[in-house]
Each structure stands twice: as structure tokens, then as C-alpha cells.
Design a protein around this ligand. Structure first.
Ligand SMILES: *Cc1c(COP(=O)(O)O)cnc(C)c1O
Length: 412
């Protein structure tokens, strides 16, 4: 996507606006597939929560991806987007037995991450196979960035509880068809990830009817210049070798599964916002855009860095700016960053806006959520319209007669 294309999109669809490049999504999917090409059965289950627009889900389905879902609504979206139920895995945390049963009724695969629900589900539905989510508690030498599943994490069944887990499986006679881990941390040290994988293999040896082992996600993508990313090719080589050895020992070609979200869509997306005001204070130059953490919350929520380019003046002299939003509380996208000289009305382009940006957007300050545009084969296609005032009040019950103006005056 060239600057001119993006500027044209901002003109046509207005700003702020999200733009996703289908080609980048496809190339990331192919890159991950290729890295594991020596494994006989590979399944990538796209993590819907990263970006759940139905057109993006349809694109994933067309690539042969499965879908990783964390709520019954994501399951329903996946089915609506054409995924077969068996291509969807439901991997929730802390949801009710009823929600898991509802997903199971829709025919999707079930992944259970606590002993209480496992026992209840197994007792009621011993015939329905389930996958179990393990927490391997692998910590890497004090560096919290590469730790895999903290001991106090709420996710997964602790490996220390395997004996209890085995007792539940034996008593309920339920069938375990998969072993899973997803620790939510960035894979930077491949050996640490391989170590966690060994724990998964050890767990797998306890079950005779497995179909797959799911290694979750955690692929790190670069967010700024010089950022480290997961070496997918090296991970592919090393884990494939170990996985193939394990399958031989196990006596069956299991499916190796992953659930990438960020890896597939983060870099494919950009967010375009217009500069409303350039404000020079005694110490800082602020560029205020027509957006805020209501549309892109990652910098405020996680301290994430999204690199920002001025696509209206890409050759301009670089100066230092703090880019802020219009929300009425501290709302900083970036502090003191070098950006090509900004004039009011310029369009700024926020990188890595494909994953966890639109899906985390809200109506805070009663603003509309922006439109989403897919850049596909050299064309811009609208895949979600900008919200309108009707959307803001749609589900509100406006009780016009409950308070009269006169009553309010009396209270005063
Ligand atoms: C969020 C999530 C993912 C995706 O993680 P990324 O870091 O976006 O790749 C995968 N699996 C599960 C169970 C998740 O909750």
C-alpha cells in the first residue's frame, strides 16, 4: 500500500479509518506454513480475537486456516463466515459450563482449561472428545519477556495437577483428543519454547487417543525499527524435527496446531488519523489527531509502541512530536518521536494496526467506531461502515417520561 493509496482511502472513506492489506496476511500465512513444511499434518487456527471482521475471517477460511475462538459469539461469527464446525476450536478461559456445552452443540472442538469444568463436562458428555489446556510453567532465567506461563497465571491446567487430571479422565471415561498450551508471551528464545514443548510431549504420553498437539501462539512481530521478532524459520526447523520424532514414538501422525493472531494480521493493518491541532507548549509539540484510545488502546493499555508516519509530508524535515488523541483524559499514542514535519490536516499512519486495534475499540466519549477497508488486488474495499449516531443510541431505552424537566428543577 503506497502513501498515495492510503491518502486516497482517507479521502474516500473519511478519517479515522483502518486499512488492511490482504496480500500481507496471505504472505504471513504462507510463511508460517512453509516453516513447518516438514510436518505431515499442520493446522493453523487463526485467533479470531485479533481481528474479527467477517471478511477477514472469510479470507482466512479461503487460505485453509482453522479458527481459534474464545467466546460463543466468536464461534457463531466463524460459522457465519463459512468455517466448518470441525475447523473451529473453542479455547475459552473462565466461561460457564453452559457456554461450553452450547459451543459443543454447534459441533466445534472444545478446549478445557480447568479441572472443575473438565470434571463436569466429562461426567455429562463422556462421548464428546475434548482438548486440555496445560500450563507448563516454564520461566526463562529471570527475563519476564520470555517466560512461558507464570505459576500464578489464571490460564491452563498446571502440569503439577496432571495426576488429578488423569483421575478425572479415568473416572469419567472421557476422551482426550488434544493437548494445548498458549502462554501469551512473546517467543523470543526458541530454546525456551522448545523446553515448554517437551513438557507438552511428556503430558501427551499419558493419552492414547490424541489427534493433535496445539502449541498456541506467541509469535512476536516487529513493532518498531530494530525490534526483535520470533525467528519463525528456526522455530519451524527445530520444533518440526522434535514433533516428527515424537509422532514416531507415539505411533501416529498427529496434527501440529498453532493459533496465531498477531502474526497473521498485525503488520497487515494501518490506522489513518488526521491531525486536528498542532500545539506548541513550553516543552513539547503536541499533534492531536481525530482519534484516541477509544480506537487504538494498545499504547495506553500495554505501553505498546506503534510507529507513526506522516504520509502527507513524507519528505518533510523530521521534528520531535508527541502524538495524542482527543479523549478527555491522558491519551498518548507516542511521546517525543521524530516525525516528518506535521501541519494541521496531515494524515498520520499508525503501523501494526491489524491486531487488537479495531477489536478493542469502544464508543468512549460517545465517538463512532471507524470504518474498516480491505486493500485487495490493488483496490480499496469497504468491509465495515463507520458507525452513526443511531448506532450510539440503538440499545438505549430512552424513557422520555421518567424525568420531567420540572422535577429536575425542583430538586435543585
Ligand atoms: C489470544 C490468543 C491467541 C493469539 O495470540 P497472538 O499473540 O495474537 O498470536 C492464541 N490462542 C489463544 C488461546 C488466545 O487466547
Amino acid at each position: 500500500m503506497k502513501n498515495e493509496d492510503l491518502l486516497q482511502i482517507a479521502k474516500t472513506y473519511g478519517d479515522p479509518v483502518y486499512v488492511y492489506d490482504s496480500e500481507k496476511i496471505i504472505s504471513q500465512f504462507n510463511r508460517l506454513t512453509k516453516a513447518f513444511s516438514s510436518v505431515k499434518k499442520l493446522k493453523l487456527n487463526y485467533a479470531a480475537k485479533a481481528l474479527s471482521n467477517i471478511t477477514i475471517l472469510r479470507l482466512m477460511n479461503s487460505l485453509g486456516s482453522g479458527l481459534d475462538t474464545v467466546s460463543i459469539q466468536e464461534v457463531q461469527l466463524g460459522l457465519l463466515a463459512g468455517f466448518k464446525p470441525e475447523s473451529i476450536i473453542f479455547t475459552p478461559n473462565g466461561v460457564s459450563l453452559e457456554e461450553i456445552e452450547a459451543a459443543s452443540k454447534l459441533g466445534v472442538r472444545i478446549n478445557i482449561d480447568n479441572l472443575s469444568i473438565l470434571e463436569q463436562f466429562g461426567s455429562k458428555h463422556p462421548k464428546i472428545p475434548v482438548c486440555i489446556r496445560i500450563n507448563p510453567h516454564v520461566m526463562a532465567g529471570g527475563n519476564s519477556n520470555i517466560s512461558v506461563g507464570h505459576i500464578d497465571s489464571k490460564f491452563g491446567i498446571s502440569i503439577h495437577q496432571i495426576p488429578h487430571l488423569l483421575r478425572i479422565v479415568e473416572l469419567t471415561k472421557m476422551n482426550i483428543n488434544g493437548i494445548h498450551m498458549h502462554t501469551g508471551s512473546d517467543i523470543l528464545d526458541i530454546d525456551v519454547f522448545l523446553y515448554a514443548s517437551e513438557i507438552l510431549f511428556d503430558t501427551a504420553r499419558n493419552f492414547k487417543n490424541l489427534d493433535f498437539i496445539d502449541f498456541g501462539s506467541g509469535f512476536k512481530v516487529p513493532y518498531k525499527d530494530g525490534d526483535i521478532e520470533t525467528n519463525i524459520e528456526e522455530l519451524g526447523k527445530k520444533l518440526s524435527t522434535r514433533f516428527n520424532e515424537f509422532c514416531k514414538e507415539y505411533g501416529k501422525d498427529l496434527t501440529l496446531a498453532f493459533e496465531p493472531g498477531k502474526f497473521l494480521v498485525s503488520e497487515a493493518g494501518v490506522f489513518l488519523a488526521k491531525v486536528n491541532v498542532v500545539k506548541q507548549t513550553t516543552s513539547t509539540v503536541f499533534a492531536s489527531v481525530d482519534s484516541g484510545f477509544n480506537h487504538l488502546i494498545r499504547p495506553m493499555l500495554y505501553g505498546a509502541t506503534h510507529s507513526i508516519k506522516n504520509i502527507s509530508n513524507p519528505e518533510g524535515r523530521e521534528r520531535y512530536y508527541s502524538v495524542v488523541g482527543y479523549i478527555c483524559e491522558t491519551d498518548t499514542f507516542a511521546s517525543n518521536k521524530r516525525i516528518n514535519e506535521i501541519t494541521e490536516g496531515d494524515i498520520l499512519c499508525f503501523k501494526n494496526a491489524g491486531a487488537y486495534c479495531f477489536t478493542m475499540a469502544s464508543n468512549y466519549n460517545s465517538r463512532f467506531r471507524p470504518p474498516e477497508v480491505l486493500w485487495h488486488k490493488g483496490k480499496a474495499i469497504l468491509i465495515r461502515e463507520r458507525e452513526t449516531f443511531d448506532d450510539l443510541i440503538r440499545n438505549q431505552v430512552d424513557l422520555k417520561d421518567l424525568f420531567t424537566v420540572k422535577q429536575i428543577a425542583k430538586v435543585k
